[in-house]
Design a binder for this molecule. Structure first.
Ligand code: PBG
Length: 344
């Protein structure tokens, strides 16, 4: 070390760069930042996924999804009331099926008295203005945890579609507004559309999980619906390879041709490029699913004090809007809607 004085910058000299363009001018105060803002997140962008469980007055925490609970049907009605108060347009329902009711063919999916159907009827009776989206796939109901039926190790496509069509009709009869096939079988959207129309459900919409990837980010969801322990193998023969982009466009094209009213990309944040390309190419109502693992990552970091959880939540949701999504399925829905309401 020497004793020489440390150099310090002289800020009194004129160092003007003579710039014509100073992008910072538009950012100088909150009022101008608001004026030039290109995207906004509102409650209208939100779909709230909830987990339904057997019982009365039951709320059980999902360990890997802090702040998310499985709700008995009466509590699901309470959640629907909350959604209405917070101006959240729609709920997406997922059941935790009693393990004893699971079998290789997912028969419980066709039971008009299954949890999802009972929840639909109860919510439609009490809070009819909230949209109800029901998931079509057999995984909550199969003893092997796959979305379709199997022969040996193979997930059968056309045989699975026949059951998924029945499942869709079962949900539509219970009052579902939107049928959301998440199974990734080929040809299911067209088959479901035809069956719905055949029973007079012309106005029941289809939101296709069009580009759904075989992702590690679904882990906590499989805890929530109780399929993690039973799932044999993985879903790579039907869900998409994370390496592919063009294939997502072909999947979306097929689902739109077959009558999908809305398409979805899933997971969300790691697949913003897909959302953007889908929106640019097809200009159709495009949704993103910020999945359970994305939620868990933000919550876990926030709980450790490693991130500001609320800011990370808002920034992640805004990113979907910027990418071109019309709306987002997110477990943050009630929390973010509450914040947006307070700041309005
Ligand atoms: C079931 C289904 C899954 C999700 C939605 N519907 C899981 C899977 O395909 O294994 C994941 C949602 C989430 O992780 O939040 N077909």
């Amino acid at each position: 070390m020497t004793d020489a004085p440390r150099p310090s910058p002289n800020l009194s000299m004129d160092r003007s760069l003579g710039l014509t363009h100073r992008p910072r001018r538009n950012r100088k105060a909150e009022w101008t930042r608001r004026l030039v803002r290109e995207n906004v997140l509102t409650a209208d962008d939100l779909i709230w996924p909830i987990f339904v469980v057997e019982g009365e007055n039951v709320r059980t925490e999902v360990a890997s999804m802090p702040g998310v609970e499985r709700l008995s049907v009466d509590q699901a009605v309470t959640a629907a009331r909350q959604a209405a108060e917070l101006a959240i347009p729609a709920l997406a329902l997922f059941p935790y099926t009693d393990p004893e009711l699971r079998d290789p063919n997912g028969s419980e999916a066709l039971n008009p008295e299954n949890l999802v159907c009972r929840a639909c009827r109860a919510i439609k009776k009490e809070v009819p203005q909230v949209g109800l989206i029901t998931d079509v796939a057999l995984d909550p109901y199969t003893s092997h945890g796959h979305d379709g039926v199997m022969e040996g190790e193979t997930i059968l496509n056309d045989e699975s579609v026949a059951i998924l069509v029945e499942q869709s009709l079962n949900q539509a009869r219970a009052g579902a507004d939107v049928i959301a096939p998440s199974d990734m079988m080929d040809g299911r959207v067209g088959a479901i559309r035809a069956a719905l129309d055949g029973e007079g459900f012309q106005d029941v919409q289809i939101m296709a999980y069009a580009a759904k990837y075989a992702s590690a980010f679904y882990g906590p969801f499989r805890d929530a619906i109780g399929t993690k322990a039973v799932l044999t193998g993985d879903k790579r023969t039907y869900q998409m390879d994370p390496a592919n982009t063009d294939e997502a466009l072909r999947e979306v094209a097929l689902d739109l041709e077959q009558g999908a009213d809305m398409v979805m990309v899933k997971p969300g944040l790691p697949y913003l490029d897909i959302i953007h390309r889908v929106k640019e190419r097809f200009a159709a109502p495009t949704f993103a699913y910020q999945v359970s693992g994305e939620y868990a990552m933000i919550m876990a970091a926030a709980r450790n004090g490693w991130l500001d959880g609320e800011k990370a939540m808002l920034e992640s949701l805004l990113a979907f809007k910027r990418a071109g999504a019309n709306g987002i399925l997110t477990y943050f829905a009630p929390k973010v809607a509450e914040m947006l309401k307070k700041s309005a």
